[in-house]
Design a protein. Sequence first.
Length: 89
Amino acid sequence: MGTLSTTIPANEARSNFYQILEEVGEKWRQLTITLRGKARAVIMSAEEFASWQETLDIMSDKKLTQSIKRGLRSKKTYSQKEVDKIIGW
């Protein structure tokens, strides 16, 4: 799934701030704000930001990252029923 990203200058962002808030509420929509031609900020939905934070947390946990890599290398698969049992559902 790709992210829709648009770049706009700061003065346009200021003029259309409420519209921008509506637009980034749409999933996977980001706006890069420039100031004097240089990217200065990115606006994205709170949901997408939380997703990025979670990804960074996972990536910063060395043991978890190694476990994920081992799991991917093993190519073992589980049925939904097995997964439910493992996680206690």
